[in-house]
Design a protein around this ligand. Structure first.
Ligand code: ASP
Length: 439
């Protein structure tokens, strides 16, 4: 029998009505046997996420302050779901235990985890599935780091005998039973770990958008949804700020080649975006899957005649950055030049000393700094493979008189990175999007 692990995010489980939609989705496909649930998220834009309310409780309690009001808001969120679905869940007892914990020596991760714990218990009761508490099967080591191998074994042992299950997302525990959470949005990671442990055919990630868009909708009007994206392309997109999935959620399933399908709980008929290792043949209508970017970049340029004959010049340059623990985004080397792209806020505190040191150690003929830049990534394993697409993108920018400060494409040809002035960033994105739509 096929197995789909279906993870539902906070907005998908925000109230009783959303629970009903989730049940309809689960019942529609018998392969959806294992569900991973988040805590209730926002029901409308000014609403509060239950995890944020729990954080308020913890912060107030740990200062010895009043937390009962925030705890009551948590109670009301769950009580509304219980009443709306006519469940018989013993909420009062659970919240009394949480209150007692907050009044003693509260532990942050334990308090935060209660949103997922309670919501998953409600969902399990509503679906008639077995509740699986990750306290027993998502394993952290004593330093609070995920023990991936142990987690895989324990999750597999816990889930194998079950026909259906709801696993709470976002947390696990160490050997001493102390609860640990992933970073925020971490139920995506739980979903991925569960999918890998049961060797699922598919990992569905149900959220409130119909997948990944080919460009930022705040800049481009109505960008198309990307149908397929490779794990590598997704990584670039997330790095460039298109946040659709927790970054740690890709690796566990990518290792096993399990596809991830991003779906919309409010529009279950939409196919969403599928993240795969290899794009299916004939599905690459748009070889360039999208365009994304980041502002707030600076470029340092170092030039020295005949430096290409001197070994170690670039290494010294990188050593200077390493010693000061300055991360760089890109390093481009040419004949007699080294160009470094660094985030402006990272560079700001070191600017003067860094330049003094570069002058002292490398004695360059020219040392320049360009600020207020943005980096745009034109992403697509297939698209950037053909220089035709690259030429079209660069030609379109040239036609509009866009000053281009850097162009970078590695042999991996995953993306083409273009540096343009920050104040022309949005214009450049719109132009590139219009070009790649037909690429
Ligand atoms: N509830 C947690 C958060 O708000 C985890 C999650 O939703 O994935 O970050």
């Amino acid at each position: 029998m096929n197995t789909t692990v279906a993870k539902f995010g906070g907005t998908s489980l925000a109230d009783a009505n959303q629970f009903r939609k989730v049940r309809a989705i689960i019942e529609e496909d018998p392969a959806r046997r294992i569900v991973v649930a988040s805590a209730p998220g926002k029901r409308f834009s000014e609403d509060e996420k239950v995890t944020d309310l729990l954080l308020q409780c913890y912060e107030a309690a740990s200062r010895g302050g009043a937390f009962l009001d925030a705890l009551d808001r948590v109670r009301r969120r769950f009580q509304d779901i219980i009443d709306g679905l006519q469940l018989s869940f013993p909420l009062d007892g659970e919240l009394a235990a949480l209150r007692a914990h907050l009044e003693s020596a509260p532990q942050r991760d334990y308090v935060l985890s209660r949103g997922e714990y309670l919501n998953s218990r409600l969902l399990a009761e509503y679906l008639g599935f077995t509740f699986v508490d990750p306290e027993w099967c998502v394993c952290f080591d004593a330093d609070g780091k995920l023990d991936a191998a142990m987690t895989r074994r324990t999750l597999c042992a816990a889930l194998r005998p079950l026909k259906n299950a709801v696993v709470a997302g976002f947390y696990g525990a160490d050997m001493s039973g102390r609860i640990h959470t992933f970073t925020r949005g971490g139920s995506d990671v739980t979903g991925s770990l569960v999918a890998a442990a049961v060797n699922a055919d598919l990992y569905e990630n149900w959220t409130d958008v119909s997948g990944l868009m080919a460009a930022d909708p705040r800049i481009v009007e109505g960008p198309r949804t990307v149908k397929y994206v490779s794990y590598r392309e997704l990584r670039t997109l997330s790095y460039m700020g298109a946040s659709i999935l927790h970054t740690d959620a890709v690796l566990p399933v990518a290792d096993m080649g399990i596809p991830i399908n991003i779906r919309n709980t409010d529009r279950p008929g939409d196919p969403g975006t599928t993240i795969v290792r290899k794009l299916p043949k004939g599905e690459t209508k748009y070889p360039i899957i999208g365009v994304a970017g980041r502002t707030g970049m600076s470029v340092i340029q170092v030039e020295k005649v005949m430096v290409s004959d001197e070994s170690g010049f670039t290494a010294v340059m990188l050593e200077i950055l390493k010693n000061r623990q300055i991360p760089f985004e890109q390093c481009l080397t040419g004949i007699d030049t080294v160009t470094l792209v660094i985030k402006s806020d990272v560079l700001a505190p070191f600017k003067q000393e860094l330049f003094t040191e570069i002058r002292a150690k490398l004695n360059p003929d020219y040392l320049g700094l360009t600020e207020h830049l943005s980096m745009i990534a034109v992403i697509g394993e297939k698209g950037t493979d053909s220089c035709d697409a690259n030429v079209r993108v660069l030609q379109a920018l040239a036609d509009m008189g866009m000053p281009i400060s850097t162009v970078n494409q590695g042999a991996g040809k995953l993306n083409l990175l273009i540096g343009v002035p920050e104040d022309r960033y949005e214009e450049a994105i719109r132009t590139i999007y219009a070009t790649i739509g037909e690429a």
